[in-house]
Write a protein that binds this ligand. Structure first.
Ligand SMILES: [Mg+2]
Length: 183
């Protein structure tokens, strides 16, 4: 009989992997802040951090993180077969599977997440740029995964801030939050 892996095990593994590879939630929240402060002057860093934390409860995001980082680590240790090993190690520009996996994980957060991901993929800011430039480890998938988490958190925040502006009740907001965490 197949026994499913408990959700909290997957969630913790994804968070741990990000940390082990040198990415903090604060690094991602800084990107979210820069994306959203243009639209909400009163935005706080704490709100961005809270949104990054919230999207990391999404299974689709956790799974993308686990798959992508695993491939980065296998490539780093020379444990993939050729020619895939060389393609991932050299961060081959036309490869695109790193972007595809990351992009696939943002769909649950809608069009703002998709367009923000494209923007971050092109612009490479903050920790995304640092990861892209860093030669000490293979970050072929990681930079895109960080962009996807930031894009999802930014989209979630944009919708939450509108809800707050409209003074929706605490009960309604809690319901929306619960809905978001399905999957
Ligand atoms: Mg990449």
């Amino acid at each position: 009989m197949k026994v499913p892996v408990p959700s909290n095990v997957v969630e913790q593994a994804a968070r741990k992997k990000l940390q082990e590879r040198g990415v903090t939630l604060k690094d991602i929240a800084k990107i979210v802040y820069d994306l959203q402060v243009k639209f909400y002057e009163s935005l706080t860093f704490e709100e961005c951090l809270e949104s990054v934390d919230a999207v990391l409860y999404k299974r689709e995001i956790q799974h993308a993180i686990l798959v992508g980082i695993e491939l980065d680590e296998l490539a780093e240790r020379g444990q993939l077969s050729e020619p895939l090993l060389s393609i991932i190690k050299s961060d081959e520009g036309l490869f695109g599977v790193d972007e595809t996996i990351a992009l696939g994980s943002v769909f649950g957060f809608g069009s703002i997440a998709v367009t923000s991901f494209g923007y971050l993929d092109k612009g490479k800011v903050g920790i995304i740029k640092e990861l892209d430039d860093f030669k000490g480890q293979t970050n072929t998938f990681l930079d895109d995964l960080v962009a996807s988490v930031a894009a999802s958190a930014a989209a979630r925040l944009a919708h939450r801030l509108r809800d707050r502006d409209e003074n929706r009740s605490r009960q309604e907001l809690e319901k929306l939050d619960l809905e978001d965490k399905i999957g």
